[in-house]
Ligand binder design. Structure first.
Ligand code: BES
Ligand code: MN
Ligand code: ZN
Length: 493
């Protein structure tokens, strides 16, 4: 997909479809529609406008008079002016892009509303909404000749020339984060027979080569040499050996921010096997890893002035004669032991090793992302990531980045009282905490393995794996985390 920023009058524009935004407020609405018509030297009849009122989510196609450069315009509603937000722009651009695709347009021009403030962020949001909404995971679907044409290029357009540089910069940034989000979506949506520890590591290596960061892949022997008992244990039931992926970007002179991603390429539950209904979703249990790889791709391509390290324990959780069993005890990287009460609570077992290892980098902060618990989906559904941690300033930063990107996070408490639930009589900790506060006991298990550093745990089980389509998100892997972390690192001081 081509995407650019340019300055051109609506009248001169020859895109197959031109999208223009209007607001719902009565006076503004008619002024905007008339203004649009005037710029087009066209007349728009009441019949054409029909019931379109400029509400958010609404759109209306207007056909141009003879002689115009472009045949079709799509008016897209932004809703009321006082409720405007960057998210509204994302969604409105998504509506425009999807309408353009269904009209078989190859080129689409999206006009930035004159009142848009701040300009750069609006352009960014429009670009992101349009690009993310055209994402499809269709590489395994055979192509037909009568398949709808694809939108090949999008231009974000302003009529003035004053903000050309600001607009171009915003479009370039938005293109990079959207493409990196698409990479995370592709990794998540790829089936377990395509993405397993070795191929996930290979995907990370290729991303590193493409985008200009470093990747080191540890094999099973090296993982064993580091005594990462969690990674070794969980992967034992699978024919695919584990990998431990280490990514690094930026100058070593600065203490790094370490990003840890759960990389369970398929989670059957192991001996504590999951019910078959819905098990296929567990190909996306490496969404934390995908978010970390996507973030590295974005940060490296944006050349952000930060030092980051990425750690991805990659395993497949399957039952077999070699698999770990309930009751087994594992020893982790930092020497602490865990009692495996349930082999389906495997994410925390591999993250325990990675969080211990993170300490060796003397990090400024450590953020882990994991599709860790079904409980977070019960608590927060699909619209908020569960956040826990030991540093309120870092959590505040994530909240701000979450609002800006709309990848919102919501804090849950790590009260010490809950620790009773994961107490073990025979090991340092038990990997299950019973029925209540399952998301929190997951976080508390991880806290046992962190070093002396600032840490935040993001449970993305609900936000990474979606059951329904949204305006610019789809059933399946959302790629959540890439935009959130890239925003956080863009603002990092
Ligand atoms: N990967 C799952 C969590 C999950 C569930 C992610 C649903 C996305 C959607 C995780 O490994 C798991 O199985 N967790 C168990 C933990 C329990 C056994 C303590 C769970 O949530 O049931
Ligand atoms: Mn599991
Ligand atoms: Zn899992």
């Amino acid at each position: 997909m081509n995407v650019c920023f340019e300055s051109a009058s609506v009248k001169e524009n020859s895109a197959d479809v031109i999208a223009v935004f209007v607001h719902r407020d009565k006076a503004t609405f008619s002024r905007e529609v008339q203004g649009f018509a005037r710029r087009m030297a066209a007349r728009i009849s009441a019949a054409e406008i029909g019931d379109f009122k400029g509400k958010e989510g609404e759109s209306c196609i207007v056909y141009a008079q003879r002689g115009a450069r472009t045949r079709r315009y799509v008016l897209v509603g932004l809703g009321e002016r006082k409720k405007l937000s960057l998210e509204r722009y994302r969604r409105a651009a998504a509506t425009a892009a999807k309408r353009a695709r269904s009209l078989k347009a190859k080129t689409l021009a999206i006009y930035v509303p004159g009142i848009a403030r701040p300009f750069g962020q609006t352009v960014h949001a429009l670009t992101e909404g349009a690009l993310l909404s055209l994402y499809k995971f269709d590489k395994y679907v055979s192509k037909n000749d009568d398949d709808p044409a694809k939108v090949e290029s999008i231009s974000i357009v302003t009529e003035g020339r004053a903000k050309l540089i600001e607009g171009k910069t915003a479009v370039d940034k938005a293109r990079i984060v959207s493409e990196s989000t698409a990479l995370a979506r592709d990794l998540g949506n790829a089936p377990g027979n395509e993405i397993f520890p070795q191929t996930l590591a290979e995907a990370a290596r290729q991303s590193a080569e493409r985008s200009g960061y470093r990747a080191t892949i540890l094999d099973e022997q090296e993982i064993s040499d580091l005594a990462m008992g969690g990674v070794l244990g969980v992967s034992r039931g699978s024919a695919h050996p584990p990998r431990f992926i280490i990514l690094e970007y930026g100058p070593k002179s600065k203490r790094p921010i370490v990003l840890v991603g759960k990389g369970v390429t398929f989670d059957s539950g192991g001996i504590s096997i999951k019910p078959s209904a819905g098990m296929a979703e567990m190909k996306m249990d490496m969404s934390g890893a995908a978010a970390v790889i996507g973030t590295f791709e974005a940060v490296a391509r944006l050349k952000l002035p930060v030092h980051i390290v990425g750690l991805i324990p990659a395993v497949e959780n399957l039952p077999s004669g070699n698999a770990i069993r309930p009751g087994d005890i594992l020893r982790h990287y930092n020497g602490k032991t865990s009692e495996v009460d349930n082999t389906d609570a495997e994410g925390r077992l591999i993250l325990a090793d990675a969080l211990g290892y993170a300490g060796t980098f003397k990090p400024q902060a450590v953020i882990d992302l994991a599709t860790l618990t079904g409980a977070v989906v019960v608590a927060l559904g699909h619209y908020a990531t569960g956040m826990m941690g030991n540093d309120s300033a870092l959590m505040e930063k994530l909240k701000i980045a979450g609002e800006a990107t709309y990848e919102r996070v919501w804090q849950l408490p790590l009260f010490d009282e809950y620790e009773n639930q994961i107490r073990s009589d025979i090991a340092d900790v038990k990997n299950t905490g019973g029925r209540w506060a399952g998301c929190i006991t997951g976080g508390l298990f991880l806290r046992k393995f962190i070093g002396n550093y600032k840490w935040v745990h993001l449970d993305i089980a609900g936000t990474a794996i979606l059951e329904e389509n949204g305006d610019y998100t789809f059933k399946g892997a959302s790629g959540v985390g890439v935009r959130l972390l890239t925003e956080l690192l863009t603002r990092w001081k």
